[in-house]
Write a protein that binds this ligand. Structure first.
Ligand SMILES: Cc1cc2nc3c(=O)[nH]c(=O)nc-3n(C[C@H](O)[C@H](O)[C@H](O)COP(=O)(O)O)c2cc1C
Length: 369
């Protein structure tokens, strides 16, 4: 399945996100060989600093990272880009800085070194200052404008879920001449605290990534698609081709994958790309833009939703699972076991909240429309 994102023709809508897996020419080349439509460099800054150790934690669901940017100097990227692009492929340079002119300087250099596009990584959840920039529409406007005015390649801005109004920030990206937005960056977090030693798992706030942030990413992408006419690249918790499709159906033209690669290796990207291709062939979809935003018309505002007289199924339901999940979660006390293996839902007590249908492991429960 192909796509066009910010004018770039991508052979797959799956892009490898910025991160240490794309820290130099060699690793970027390997990421391109997965079949991904494009690869984004680890974020490049003017003054690389030494990485803190340790810097990545994982709790079996999501990851916290306090990795701070590429340790390759900007001039070193000339050689790295040569290696990265030695076998072709689209490389987008992620750059970050604290002032518009410094940001433009890095973007111009990366354009000269062969980058096909720029992603402004000005929404990192680490440290304080860039987090503030990410939620200040005026600052984002100035940063974007400065880069757009100095390069010819497309420029997207990576947005943060931590900003109070992501759509407002995106409108400023558009006003400044940006070609697209990507959302969302990792989310400011503390993964946990060791209660024996009263110590946070990592010594400072970091970025939360992986499956737990997908619902937040989906909501941000849908909000952006409803509010701004700009190509969107969806990011956050994508592990499978189904997850990629969810983002596309809510308005993304392309998606990025980071943590799933970090935890499972590059072959996982190839699997998502191939699964998406297969799904496209089976469903007659050759280009992600053919189905882009198809779920949006069913996404209503709260005020638009009608109150329907829905309840869960009321007839006795034969159930062999025996987990009683439906009984435990029914806050209205409407579900009971009448016989071993038979459940009953009392339609008088059931208010149709729907929760039992999601916790049933054998899909026996459904809503009576
Ligand atoms: C270890 C690690 C390092 C990252 N480094 C960067 C980076 O240099 N620049 C950037 O914009 N995002 C960086 N990210 C964020 C990812 O690009 C991505 O936006 C985020 O992880 C959410 O997507 P995911 O759930 O697929 O990982 C990093 C994420 C991780 C886990």
């Amino acid at each position: 399945m192909k796509t066009i994102f910010m004018g770039l023709q991508l052979k797959s809508p799956v892009i490898v996100a910025a991160g240490p897996w794309n820290r130099d020419g060699e690793s970027i080349r390997k990421s391109l060989e997965t079949g991904a439509g494009a690869v984004i460099t680890e974020t490049i800054v003017s003054e690389p600093i030494l990485d803190v150790r340790p810097r990545i934690a994982y709790n079996g669901m999501g990851a916290q990272n306090i990795r701070l940017y590429s340790d390759v100097q900007i001039e070193g990227w000339e050689r790295e880009m040569e290696i990265a692009k030695s076998k072709g492929g689209i490389v987008i340079a992620s750059v970050s800085a604290h002032t518009p002119s410094e940001l433009a300087y890095l973007a111009v250099k990366m354009e000269k070194y062969g980058a096909d596009g720029i992603e402004l990584g000005i929404s990192t959840p680490m440290g304080e200052s860039l987090e503030v920039v990410a939620s200040d529409p005026e600052e984002v406007y100035q940063m974007t404008k400065s880069v757009v005015e100095n390069v010819k390649i497309p420029v997207m801005v990576k947005l943060s879920q931590n900003s109070t109004n992501i759509s407002r920030v995106a409108k400023e990206v558009k006003r400044a001449g940006g070609s697209g937005v990507s959302a969302i960056n990792a989310i400011r977090c503390i993964l946990g605290v060791d209660i024996k030693t009263a110590t946070p798992l990592l010594p400072t706030y970091g970025g939360y990534s992986g499956p737990p942030i997908k619902p937040l990413g989906l909501a941000s992408v849908a909000s952006l698609a409803q509010a701004v006419e700009l190509p969107i690249c969806g990011i956050g918790g994508i592990e499978s081709y189904e997850n990629a499709l969810e983002y596309i159906l809510l308005g993304a033209s392309a998606v990025q994958v980071g943590t799933a690669l970090m935890l499972n290796g590059r072959p996982h990207i190839t699997k998502i790309v191939e699964d998406l291709d297969r799904w496209g062939d089976e469903n007659g979809v050759q280009d992600a833009r053919e189905i882009k935003g198809n779920a949006l018309e069913k996404l209503k505002s709260f005020e638009e939703i009608k109150v329907e007289p829905i309840t869960c199924k009321t007839l006795p339901i034969s159930c062999a699972a025996g987990c009683d999940n439906c009984i435990k979660v029914c806050i209205y006390g409407a579900v009971s076991r009448i016989l071993d293996g038979e459940m009953m839902i009392d339609s008088e007590s059931c208010t149709g909240c729907g929760l039992c249908t999601f916790v049933c492991p054998v899909d026996k429960l459904y809503l009576n429309w």
